[in-house]
Structure formats: structure tokens, C-alpha cells
Ligand binder design. Structure first.
Ligand SMILES: *Cc1c(COP(=O)(O)O)cnc(C)c1O
Length: 453
């Protein structure tokens, strides 16, 4: 055995087994709208994943059977009545792109090979999406959390002194985590209060900057949110851009799901000002339905971005010809050297559908959120607890927090629907997020019926 490769001896048999896996995957996707939303992994399957480290392999047939067994037990985000947190629903082009990517086994840290041109194309498309100059740079990353770390590292390197930054109390925790990881300290990120619409209070932002300057600290960045995770609010990006310009702050936008709204007529007005950002972090795996994981960081000043990460040692030296050409390399724009071919599934999604179609799916979800709001307002047992800015609807069944928490648990456990909960103004809310191209209006009727029965 030791003198043989890991490839199959019997290719026809492997091909047949691989086709079985493909068929099972296609069946799973074709029936995505059917059945239960969430089904917990049964005990016997849980136990089957608690085996000892295999010394002898079980072979490909066993491996494929085990993977087929796993297919029904996702969190449910491929189902049209998954409404929890903010998950994308995935797409069929992601399935085929992952097959192609697996066959190539590309490493996108650098060098001159086909996959690199696909990522360059994706970077260029994102630049066009956000109307950034052609000196901008970008990188495909795992998600908005990583994108935020990269963007704020570039921002940090532009300033000296005792640095402090600003975001709102409704901002995602990835910003404070980035401050922590970058050595700035969690407390150096000031959490600015929000107004009644859960948008950053611009007057409070100005006061905080003034107070910090008076204390001889150095304000260096402000993080606006395009689509907050609790209620989907959009900060006033134009007002924040104005302040950032006056105060010489780096203007970063967390647009994890909301930035995709530049493709949607319904949301584009809320994103006014995003084109003035110094950096944008957002996800393809949320409202653009590219399979997990696929995030992106876009930086206006490509040279500053490169300087923040480019310190190539001699074994990674660039060349004008041969495999080591194709400069600059992605490794010069982020902390990862070895990088998988995430760009292919992003490219495939955009190439298959085009941005108009992807934007229409977003618009439809925004309209569905308005429909759900109407259903809640019209129902005597239901009440709204936050304004609907985009695709998130937070409401309550009349009664206690316990009752509302129990309703959500029962919906999840029954497999009918999967909303999540959050706290709004000290009250527990049933939170329905609709970032799902499979959701129909009927799914919302089923949800309301199940909540109120
Ligand atoms: C999901 C989310 C994040 C984190 O993104 P990941 O892709 O999970 O790392 C950050 N900000 C907002 C507003 C989000 O919704």
C-alpha cells in the first residue's frame, strides 16, 4: 500500500459512488421547500460521530453513506421557513462550484494560476457594485468578522496616538472583537446610543468625539452599520461620512447583510453614503445566498490596504514570469497565506443570476417583511415592538416574555418554522429575519397561524 497514491484503484466504482453523493445532494436541494425546518441530529448519528480515531480507513462507500445520512440535519437555513438570526439560504450554483473547486484544489494565497483570475474578477465586480475607484482593493474572506479585522487593521495603521473609535450600541460584536484582537482594547470602541429607529445618534457621536479629543485621545475610526442584527436598522451613512471627513476618521461600514441592498431598489436609498466609506465589510453568504462561507472586505485606498499586510519574506518573493508572477498576491491583503477557492462560488452565483435577479430577491424579502408587519398589526393577539427598516420583523404575542420564548421554542421543535428571539427595549421579542429566496408569502401566513394558535 505504501507505494501507492491515495486515489481510487477502481475509478469506475468511485465514479458510481461519487454520482450517488451528487444525486443525494441534488435531492436535498430539490426538496428544500419540503418537510421540517430543523431536525436535531438523532442520538445514534451523534454517537456515530464519537468514534475513536480510525487507524484503518472504512473506504469511500462507507464514507459516502455516512455523509448522505447527515444531509437532513442542517440548522434549517435552506428551508423557506427558516427565520432565525441572519442566514443565507444557499444556492444550486454553490453546489456545482464546490465540485469544480474541489477538483482544482487551488490555493489562493498567490502565484499565477486560473483561480486567481476568478478572484480578481470578483474583486472588480464588488468594486463596481459599490462605485469605488479603480484604486480600491478587496479580498474574499470567511465572513464579515474577518473582513472587519482586516479593515480596522488598515485604519489603525493610518493613525498614531491613544486611539479610540465609535460605533452604535446596536452594532454587531465583531467590531469590539476586532478592537480587542488589534490590541486597541475593547474599551477603546465607544458605543454610541441609538435613536428610536435604532440608528446611531449623530449628535451623541459628535459629543463623544469632542470629549475624547478634550481628553487627549485620538479618534481614528467610526463604524456605521448598514443593517443592524437586532432590527435591521440602517445608520445615516451620509451623516457619518460627513463627520468622518471633518474629523479625519476612517469610515468603515459593517454591511454584513445590508450592504447587499445596493442591488435592490427597495434598499438602495437607505445605503446612501456607503460609496463614501473607506472600507466595507459584508457577506455573500447572507443575503446573496452564496454557500457558506463567503465574506468580503473592500478598501478604498488599495495602497494603504497592501501596506497593512504586505511583508513578503524571501520564500514568497514575487517574479515577473513563471508561477511566482501574478502580483500583487492576495496574501498581501490579509493575514491568511493558504486560502481556498471561495471566490469560485461567488463568481458562479453572480455569473448565473446576474445582480438584477439577486437584487430582486432582496426586494421581495423587504416586501414580505412589510406583509408580515401588516399581518401582525391586523392580529388582535400580536403587537409590533420595533419599526421594520428592511427584512427583520420583531413582534410579540400579548403576554409574558416566558410565553413568547416558549412560542419560539415550540415553533423550532415542531419543525414548522424557525424564528429566533432578541431583546428590544428590555422586552423579549419574536424576531423574524427574511433573507431567503425560497420564502413565499404563504410561508408567512403559516408562521402567523402557528404563533397564534
Ligand atoms: C452576521 C453579521 C456579522 C458577522 O458576520 P460573519 O460573516 O458571521 O462573520 C457582522 N455584522 C452584522 C450586522 C451581521 O449581521
Amino acid at each position: 500500500m505504501a507505494d501507492k497514491s491515495l486515489d481510487p484503484d477502481d475509478w469506475p466504482a468511485f465514479r458510481a459512488t461519487a454520482h450517488q453523493m451528487l444525486d443525494a445532494a441534488l435531492d436535498k436541494m430539490q426538496t428544500a421547500t419540503e418537510g421540517r425546518v430543523w431536525t436535531p441530529l438523532p442520538d445514534d448519528l451523534k454517537q456515530s460521530f464519537e468514534a475513536d480515531l480510525p487507524v484503518q480507513g472504512a473506504g469511500i462507500a462507507d464514507t459516502v453513506e455516512r455523509m448522505k445520512d447527515l444531509l437532513p440535519y442542517g440548522v434549517g437555513n435552506t428551508h423557506p421557513r427558516f427565520f432565525g438570526w441572519v442566514h443565507g439560504a444557499g444556492s444550486t450554483s454553490g453546489l456545482v462550484a464546490d465540485i469544480a473547486a474541489a477538483a482544482m484544489n487551488a490555493n489562493l494565497g498567490g502565484r499565477d494560476h486560473g483561480a486567481m483570475y476568478v478572484e480578481k474578477q470578483v474583486v472588480e465586480w464588488v468594486r463596481q457594485m459599490f462605485d469605488f475607484p479603480d484604486t480600491a482593493s478587496g479580498l474574499v474572506v470567511s465572513g464579515t468578522s474577518m473582513a472587519t479585522i482586516i479593515a480596522l487593521k488598515v485604519a489603525r495603521d493610518q493613525h498614531q496616538g491613544q486611539l479610540v473609535g465609535y460605533t452604535s450600541t446596536q452594532a454587531h460584536a465583531c467590531a469590539v472583537r476586532a478592537f480587542d484582537l488589534l490590541g486597541l482594547g475593547k474599551d477603546a470602541l465607544r458605543l454610541i446610543p441609538v435613536n428610536a429607529a435604532f440608528e446611531m445618534d449623530i449628535t451623541a457621536l459628535k459629543s463623544a468625539i469632542t470629549a475624547d479629543r478634550a481628553a487627549r485621545l485620538t479618534p481614528f475610526c467610526v463604524v456605521g452599520t448598514a443593517g443592524t442584527v437586532n432590527v435591521g436598522a440602517f445608520d445615516d451613512l451620509t451623516a457619518i461620512a460627513d463627520i468622518a471627513a471633518t474629523e479625519n476618521l476612517w469610515f468603515h461600514v459593517d454591511g454584513a447583510f445590508g450592504a447587499s441592498g445596493v442591488l435592490s431598489e427597495a434598499l438602495r436609498p437607505k445605503l446612501r453614503g456607503i460609496e463614501r466609506a473607506d472600507s466595507i465589510a459584508f457577506d455573500f453568504h447572507k443575503w446573496l445566498h452564496v454557500n457558506y462561507d463567503a465574506g468580503f472586505v473592500l478598501v478604498r485606498d488599495g495602497e494603504a490596504h497592501r501596506q497593512a499586510f504586505s511583508d513578503r519574506p524571501e520564500y514568497l518573493a514575487e517574479a515577473a514570469r513563471g508561477l511566482a508572477a501574478g502580483n500583487p498576491w492576495p496574501v498581501e491583503y490579509g493575514p491568511e497565506l493558504s486560502r481556498g477557492f471561495r471566490a469560485l462560488k461567488i463568481w458562479a452565483q453572480i455569473n448565473e443570476h446576474g445582480v438584477d435577479r439577486l437584487g430582486q430577491a432582496i426586494t421581495r424579502n423587504v416586501e414580505q417583511a412589510k406583509l408580515l408587519e401588516r399581518l401582525v398589526l391586523d392580529h388582535p393577539k400580536l403587537e409590533m415592538v420595533a419599526p421594520v427598516a428592511a427584512q427583520i420583523v420583531c413582534f410579540r404575542h400579548v403576554g409574558s416574555d416566558e410565553l413568547n420564548a416558549e412560542i419560539v421554542l415550540r415553533l423550532q421543535e415542531s419543525g414548522i418554522a424557525a424564528p429566533s428571539t432578541t431583546q428590544i427595549n428590555g422586552q423579549l421579542a419574536i424576531r423574524v429575519n427574511i433573507t431567503n429566496h425560497r420564502t413565499t408569502d404563504d410561508d408567512l401566513l403559516i408562521l402567523v397561524e402557528a404563533v397564534t394558535k
